[in-house]
Design a protein around this ligand. Structure first.
Ligand code: SF4
Ligand code: SF4
Length: 56
């Protein structure tokens, strides 16, 4: 399991520095999470203004 960022992402960048394992980076049209690095802590979802990161 890993969090995934939906198309709702507005690329504000707020979540990137919150991730304890550096799993979030800017993608082509939205931010993306490296599923292999994500430890399911939920910190990204907590800071996102549009609730784009979701557990899948
Ligand atoms: Fe990083 Fe935690 Fe979000 Fe996974 S759930 S991408 S570990 S902040
Ligand atoms: Fe996208 Fe939300 Fe991260 Fe901002 S905090 S870059 S809107 S996922």
């Amino acid at each position: 399991m890993a969090y995934k960022i939906s198309e709702e992402c507005i690329s504000c960048g707020a979540c990137e520095s919150e991730c304890p394992v550096g799993a979030i980076s800017a993608g082509d049209d939205k931010y993306v999470i490296d599923a292999d690095a994500c430890v399911d802590c939920g910190a990204c979802a907590g800071v996102c203004p549009v609730s784009a990161p979701n557990a899948e």
